[in-house]
Design a protein around this ligand. Structure first.
Ligand code: GLC
Length: 442
């Protein structure tokens, strides 16, 4: 049995012990205005949004409909990894200045085990949960309790310059080698015309996004990161190695700039919207941003397709997305829930879908004519979520992710590094983490 799937109680105990050691003084810090002008303040810790105006509109709607409540945002970094560090630091300190937070889809088991997230079962009855995609609800459930309300779903997608492919009568690539071929041809033409132009923009910095991108390459080669049953690391198997070698040898420094070794989502999107890349791997909101004439030089010239695969494989998108949780140390859980209920409500999800390009977590919005008129690709996406690849579900996910990030980053950065031995060494550490989990089981 794979301990990473089992959600074992001992993992919670281990984590709690680690946290106790880390947090030191656990008394709540004083201060933090909880009322402003007679209104209860809801402290909302969020990342830096791509389209801030949509959040502003949503918040204005909340304040208009909830006169006794005021949301104070603490805006953290865009990167999932950096945002995790900031948020968990506050939660480890039992900060009273956190009421509501966004959680990446891979965090609920950790937040639940650590006691940071309040169980929402009392607020979020099963009949309300039924309106959301089951996979999104499952991601928020740990040891039988619900810890988050799903805000948006993400799946990896390929964005491309429709104009440049159409001019050559090409269809979007179905395989990774085709993508490289198209990228090289267009790069050569652009270079001939004296323009700086790249073939492929993705997320290759050492952070959570790297795990998503590399998971997609590996799965689309027929490889796997871990055996889903035993938890055994499979990175040193030939198909996984082939995928990593392809990224290092065919993409990096060839059709993708070497600079993309430090790209996260914003940098890769910036290259694409500046008209400097043929392909972009990103999440659904990139459609909205790249088609916004205020933000993009390629508005109206963008196409969107499923991710390619290796010959003989199948394209696989990583499953991502964000959830809203309540801090276990919040003094205003009711007010916090009112805010979450509003943000995840049908009209607000619709606003984020139409104006923010966020894929909703409420199922019926995938049949809503206004949503589909603004985001036609959502019809197909609604059908494909079930096939998206989830990352391992474990309270120890940050430790596992860190090992994966270090391996992928070393593998891609050093063209001379011996991949099989790097992969074997990563696997030894991952298997040790798995074994440690087993040994600690009572
Ligand atoms: C997106 C996804 C999230 C993922 C992150 C990686 O925000 O929604 O699940 O971990 O990208 O950068």
């Amino acid at each position: 049995m794979n301990p990473f799937r089992a959600g074992l109680p001992w993992i919670a105990a281990l984590l709690a012990l680690a946290l106790c050691l880390a947090c030191g003084d656990s008394s709540p810090p004083a201060g933090g205005a909880e009322r402003a002008g007679g209104r209860i303040v809801i402290n909302f810790v969020t990342w830096k949004p791509n389209l801030p105006e949509v959040w502003q509109e949503a918040l204005a709607g909340f304040h208009a409909s909830h006169p006794g409540l005021a949301v104070r945002r603490q805006i953290g970094p865009h990167s999932s990894t950096a945002f995790h560090d900031l948020l968990t630091q506050k939660l480890k300190n039992r900060s009273r200045e956190v009421d509501v937070f966004l959680m990446d889809v891979v965090w609920p088991p950790e937040f639940a085990s650590a006691g940071w997230a309040l169980p929402l079962d009392a607020y979020f009855p099963p009949r309300e949960r039924a309106a959301f995609f089951p996979a999104a609800m499952e991601a928020n459930t740990f040891a039988g309790k619900v810890y988050g309300a799903p805000f948006n779903i993400d799946t990896g997608m390929l964005f491309y310059r429709r104009d440049l492919l159409a001019a050559r009568k090409w269809r979007p690539p179905e395989t990774w080698p085709q993508l490289v071929e198209q990228a090289r041809a267009v790069m050569a033409d652009e270079a001939g015309a004296g323009r700086y132009f790249q073939g492929y923009a993705g997320q290759f910095k050492q952070y959570e996004g790297l795990v998503c991108d590399m998971l997609e390459f590996i799965l689309s080669a027929g490889g796997r990161i871990m055996d889903p049953e035993t938890g055994r690391c499979l990175l040193a198997e030939p198909r996984a190695l082939k995928a990593v070698a392809f990224v290092r040898e065919q993409l990096m420094g060839r059709v993708a700039p070497r600079g993309s070794l430090i790209y996260q989502e914003p940098e890769s999107l910036a290259l694409f919207v500046q008209g400097r890349a043929l392909f972009l791997r990103s999440w659904p909101y990139a459609w909205q941003v790249s088609n916004d004439p205020q933000k993009s030089k390629v508005a109206g010239k963008v196409g969107m397709a499923p991710l390619p695969h290796f010959p003989g494989g199948q394209g696989r998108a990583a499953l991502g997305g964000w959830q809203m949780g309540i801090s276990a140390y919040s003094r205003h859980p009711e007010a916090a829930w009112a805010f979450i209920k509003y943000v995840t409500s049908r009209p607000v999800q619709k606003l984020f879908a139409i104006k923010g390009g966020r894929a909703p977590t409420r199922r019926d919005l995938y049949e809503d004519p206004e949503v589909l008129a603004a985001q036609p690709h959502l019809a197909e996406m609604g059908r494909s979520f079930a096939q998206a690849a989830a990352r391992p579900r474990t309270p120890l996910y940050p430790a596992l992710s860190r090992l994966l990030q270090v391996y992928f980053s070393r593998a891609l950065c050093d063209p001379q590094a011996d991949l099989p031995s790097l992969a074997q060494s990563a696997c030894r550490q991952i298997d040790e983490l798995t074994a440690l989990s087993r040994e600690a089981r009572p």
